[in-house]
Design a protein around this ligand. Structure first.
Ligand code: SF4
Length: 222
């Protein structure tokens, strides 16, 4: 068995643990895992249409629809008309739903402790590896588009000479390193297709020049 199969086995074991935790957490709030995911998603991203929700959570529309009907029945979500289109409706989390979502959004202590066993440098390497894998899955259409730095128009990869913080986020105007790469950022602004490809090459350090000039001209200094 080669390393890649060992890695796949390890990921499957962590996935199994997270699925079991997800069921347990959802059950404690009398929800299904899909209902819990929808609730957390609506709190993090704000009101959404059902089609967008199904797409972002990679579930079918009937599955999202069933879960939403249950959430509305339980008083966690309500439908309001979309100000942008009177014929469409947006799903909003109620105050009660927000309280439940806070519980659902907590990561299990055991998982956080396991991550803490990695040194800071190991965490950075791990996060960079995860970013590469998630990007590949996204390119292959295996998962929905993720709101990660590597596909964000605010991302300036490898623009600083500091090995601990070579990247720059133009949204917060700050330098950061691989250990702070985001995989689900609320401020993410999707870059265009060709821009994403350029960003990706620069992130991997395979573009010509390797390190660009710092973005001082646009006020994006570290
Ligand atoms: S806005 Fe978020 S996703 Fe975009 S570069 Fe900054 S931290 Fe990364």
């Amino acid at each position: 068995m080669t390393e890649k199969f060992h890695i796949a086995t390890g990921l499957a074991k962590i996935g199994l643990y997270l699925r079991a935790e997800g069921w347990q957490q959802a059950e404690s709030e009398s929800l299904t895992p899909t209902q819990g995911q929808i609730l957390v998603h609506l709190v993090r991203r704000g009101p959404a249409r059902i089609t967008a929700l199904a797409e972002e959570l990679a579930v079918t529309q009937p599955t999202a629809s069933d879960a939403l009907s249950a959430l509305i029945r339980k008083g966690h979500v309500e439908k309001r008309s979309d100000p942008a289109d009177g014929r469409a409706s947006l799903l909003h989390v109620t105050t009660q739903g927000r309280r439940v979502a806070e519980v659902m959004a907590e990561w299990p202590d055991a998982l956080l402790s396991a991550i803490d066993t990695l040194e800071t440098g190991e965490q950075a390497v791990f996060l960079r590896g995860l970013t590469r894998m998630i990007r590949e899955l996204q390119v292959r259409g295996a998962i929905p588009v993720q709101r990660m730095c590597a596909t964000c128009s605010f991302f300036r990869p490898n623009v600083h000479n500091d090995p601990a913080a070579p990247h720059h986020c133009a949204f917060v105007d700050a330098a950061f390193g691989d250990a702070q790469l985001r995989l689900d950022c609320g401020e993410h602004e999707p870059a265009g297709e060709s821009e994403t490809s350029t960003l990706w090459q620069k992130f991997l350090g395979t573009s010509s020049g390797e390190v660009d000039a710092p973005p001082a001209a646009t006020g994006e200094t570290s």
